[in-house]
Design a protein around this ligand. Structure first.
Ligand SMILES: Nc1nc2c(c(=O)[nH]1)N[C@H]1C(S)=C(S)[C@@H](COP(=O)(O)OP(=O)(O)OC[C@H]3O[C@@H](n4cnc5c(=O)[nH]c(N)nc54)[C@H](O)[C@@H]3O)O[C@H]1N2
Ligand SMILES: Nc1nc2c(c(=O)[nH]1)N[C@H]1C(S)=C(S)[C@@H](COP(=O)(O)OP(=O)(O)OC[C@H]3O[C@@H](n4cnc5c(=O)[nH]c(N)nc54)[C@H](O)[C@@H]3O)O[C@H]1N2
Ligand code: SF4
Ligand SMILES: [Mo]
Length: 750
């Protein structure tokens, strides 16, 4: 389409999943009227999925909040000015901190923080200024087990190796469905295409999943495991490698300690011993181990279905144990550590401080902290339970825990009755933000600049891209970076100060530290002069420019502005020495906390529950709890149904399209049944993010087809103990026909 004054195009990195595709937006009259894949994007090369294609519709959603909301004396949320909103935050939160201390403020950070520049740049500043220990994030509903295992193995919780998708000969994938999710902790635009390319070049794919997913259908081998048993399967694979002399550490030999201890630790987990609990044939387990060892290069990769389970940390640890035992860690074609443009410049190899769990514990249940966080499952009790240290005020940023965390009904009650004050930074009035006293809405994504601070660090190719805001802010709107900066000032007792102060303070502190660091590229220089040289029209741009300049590639903001389709920084390269920060300076293959959790796994050998267990699922057109309001992304095959295998359906008397009652520790739901052999027997599947039937929200489209909240089946007590991550997959449920029939398209009742 020719560009006219009225029609133009602009680039925008897609914020809707971890693949971070480059989009070309068509803009007409201040509105995004089209979105296609940017063919020239150095990373995504034109890839686009249905969510990215709906960018315009999402961006212009009429339900999106356009002004702040402040709760009036009547109890009603009313539109307010930004000044009123921040005045209210400062006036309400400061006295609570002054009287009860910083732990009286809880902070909840939700998933979209990893998809915005604001979420990358400001929450760390908020945390270090407030110093509350009550931090809860989506990580304990997701990848915390991986952080813990990386922390223990490598000494750094953020050093997560990613499979080298473009070069590997063999991929063993557990609990991931990238054909729907587009990949996670493995940022790869066109993940489906990369899996097909792997097979075209003669490589092989094994998928371990209790459902025959679209990804599993692509695989050479699909292992339909019993949910929750991956740690057992992985331990058996390690057992076979030792038993059959198939370990080969390659270049890692001499950099790993504890190999013999791991050999002893997995001795009890022979394929024959785990077979019943996994429901996988011992001969198949041996075959998988042999294929892994025989492949010229291979990568083991586990995601949601291996993390949000009872033995999530052990499974995450074993994924890398297998990568290490086969010599595939840190080599091309195996699993490598990316090096993002805003990472710290590499420093010499050597020991570090190590990673410690449980430096402090939560007040009510004594949950150990992991990476400075408490389990999201413990948020409600920390609000409800009286006593000193109780959470009295909550700051929720891009988070909808009423739907995304266990027992939303309890959290709902805690948020409505148990808090003195709550502020949400959120574009929607939803199940969680409806409880806030102040809602601060960020502008639509077309109005925000983007640089991917989070996912470049997990990308299968090193690259850097920056997209400035595609459309200027509308009158009365506030950039999300400024919202965060003003929030930090209001909470920190500096309400009214110029928000630019936040960025300038961070820049000054970072540069003072950098010039004192002998390994920094600016060692010994004058921080003031360095600050004066930074480019950028805004504070966040100046911070990005600084991080790039201090980073490993010596890039600048100007370089990224000059190359709007991105800068390719090459394939992943071995860099283990730069990553290792354990006390020993080596990989610590059997860390103490892991060894201490192994008896629990050994006990699981004997557990052969015959009942039904539940797993989740994602749909290509979903995104956790907040895309159901976009008409193009709701409906069709994206439905909130309980998938049941035909044999189980027959046994339980369930018919396709009629309602079933499903019950577990946290509650009871009524949901339409979908009979399908894509789930294995003994397993039912219900997606998360639904349950949009609470009053007081403003999500019209979502509320019209609310679905049910799967997390209401949980009471929050089931956790992976090392990471505090909720068990969202593989928990026991009872299912029976409902008394009254319910058709699939009718709103479900609870
Ligand atoms: N049963 C079950 N539960 C699960 C999962 C599962 O697999 N099964 N998955 C878990 C996982 S992996 C995750 S990550 C969590 C996610 O759970 P949450 O972290 O709660 O994230 P979302 O549900 O995506 O909700 C995001 C919120 O951010 C808001 N938002 C959207 N864009 C922006 C923005 O640009 N700025 C701001 N400030 N806000 C924005 C949305 O309106 C919404 O309120 O759910 C977890 N819950
Ligand atoms: N379309 C879409 N894309 C998304 C999201 C979304 O909601 N929708 N959410 C984003 C987020 S926040 C994340 S974290 C990622 C997650 O990305 P993925 O990890 O790829 O997530 P899922 O698609 O839920 O795939 C998890 C798979 O694990 C299987 N599973 C369940 N229990 C077990 C088990 O015990 N063992 C094994 N081996 N498998 C099991 C499930 O059947 C499911 O197929 O996706 C991101 N991308
Ligand atoms: S794959 Fe992810 S990043 Fe790419 S267009 Fe789809 S939602 Fe956006
Ligand atoms: Mo997630």
């Amino acid at each position: 389409m020719p560009e006219t004054d009225a029609t133009r195009t602009a680039l925008r990195i897609c914020p809707l999943c971890e693949a971070t595709c480059g989009l070309t937006l068509t803009i007409e009259g201040g509105r995004v009227t089209g979105a296609r894949g940017d063919q020239d994007d150095v990373f995504s090369q034109g890839f686009l999925c249905p969510k990215g294609a709906s960018f315009g519709e999402l961006d212009a959603d009429p339900d999106r909040l356009r002004t702040p909301l402040v709760r009036a004396a009547s109890g009603e949320l009313r539109e307010a000015t930004w000044e009123e909103a921040f005045d209210t935050v400062a006036a309400r939160i400061r006295p609570l901190i002054e009287e009860h201390g910083p732990n009286a403020v809880g902070i909840v950070l939700g998933n979209p923080n990893v998809h915005t520049m604001a979420g990358g740049l400001y929450p760390p500043v908020l945390l270090s200024s407030l110093r509350t220990r009550n931090l809860f994030t989506a990580s304990t509903l997701d990848q915390m087990p991986k952080h813990v295992s990386s922390g223990l193995l490598f000494g750094s919780a953020t050093a997560i190796p990613v499979p080298d998708l473009d070069r590997t000969d063999h991929l063993l994938m557990l609990g991931a469905n990238p054909l729907e999710s587009n990949g996670s902790l493995c940022t790869a635009p066109d993940f489906p295409g990369k899996l097909k390319a792997l097979r075209r070049r003669g490589g092989s794919l094994t998928v371990v999943d209790p459902r025959r997913t679209r990804t599993a259908r692509l695989a050479d081998r699909h292992v339909s495991i019993r949910p929750g048993a991956d740690a057992l399967l992985l331990a058996a694979l390690a057992h076979v490698l030792f038993e059959e002399g198939l370990t080969n550490l390659g270049d890692l030999a001499g950099r790993v300690e504890g190999v013999d201890e791991v050999r002893a630790a997995v001795r009890d987990f022979a394929p024959e011993a785990v077979a019943a609990a996994c429901d996988v044939d011992p001969a198949e387990i041996r075959a998988i181990a042999r294929e892994l060892a025989a492949a010229p290069t291979a990568a083991v990769y586990g995601r949601i279905g291996s993390c949000t389970v009872e033995h999530g940390t052990l499974a995450s640890w074993l994924v890398d144990v297998l990568n290490i035992l086969t010599g595939n860690l840190d080599r091309p074609g195996g699993a490598l550590f990316p090096l993002a443009a805003t990472d710290r410049a590499p420093r010499p190899d050597g020991p570090g401080k190590g990673f410690v769990l449980g430096r402090w514990s939560s007040r009510v249940s004594g949950h150990p902290e992991a990476k400075g966080e408490f389990p999201m499952s413990a948020l409600a009790e920390e609000i409800e339970t009286p006593g000193s240290g109780r959470i009295r005020a909550l700051i929720a940023i891009a988070a909808n825990p009423v739907l995304s965390a266990p027992d939303g009904d309890r959290l709902d009650r805690a948020l409505s009755g148990g808090l003195d004050f709550m502020v949400s930074v959120d574009p929607y009035l939803n199940e969680t933000s409806r409880h806030a006293d102040v809602v601060l809405p960020p502008p639509p994504p077309s109005r925000s600049a983007h640089f991917d601070f989070a996912f470049n660090a997990f990308a299968v190719r090193n690259q850097a891209r920056y997209t400035p805001a595609a459309i200027p802010l509308d009158p009365g709107a506030m950039d999300e970076c400024e919202i965060h900066a003003r929030l930090i000032l209001a909470v920190g007792g500096m309400h009214g100060t110029d928000p630019a102060t936040v960025d300038e303070t961070v820049i000054e502190a970072s540069l003072v530290k950098a010039v004192a660091d002998p390994h920094s590229p600016v060692h010994g220089q004058d921080p003031k002069q360095l600050a004066a040289r930074l480019a950028g029209a805004t504070g966040p741009e100046r911070r990005l420019d600084m991080m790039l300049r201090l980073g490993p590639y010596g890039l600048t903001l100007g370089d990224l502005l000059d190359r709007p389709h991105g800068v390719d920084l090459g394939s992943l390269r071995p860099r283990l020495g730069q990553v290792l920060r354990t006390r020993s300076g080596r990989i610590e293959l059997l860390p103490g906390p892991v060894a201490a959790d192994l008896p629990r796994l050994r006990r699981a050998l004997g557990e052969r529950g015959g009942g039904l267990v539940l797993v989740g699922r994602r749909h290509l057109r979903s995104n956790n709890s907040w895309l159901h309001n976009v008409p193009a992304l709701n409906g069709g095959s994206n439905r909130c149904t309980l998938q049941v295998h035909p044999d189980d359906a027959a046994r339980l008397g369930l018919d396709d399209g009629v309602a079933a009652v499903i019950e577990a520790g946290g509650g009871r739901l009524e949901v339409p049944v979908e009979v399908t052999d894509s789930v294995r027997t003994g397993v039912v599947s219900l997606p998360h993010g639904w349950g949009h039937d609470r009053p007081g929200t403003r999500m019209t489209v979502a509320a019209a087809r609310p679905g049910v909240n799967v997390n209401q089946l949980l009471d929050g007590s089931l956790l992976d103990p090392l990471s505090g991550t909720a068990v969202l997959n593989g928990f026991a449920v009872d299912v029976a026909p409902a008394a009254l029939p319910l058709s699939v398209d009718e709103p479900s009742v609870r």
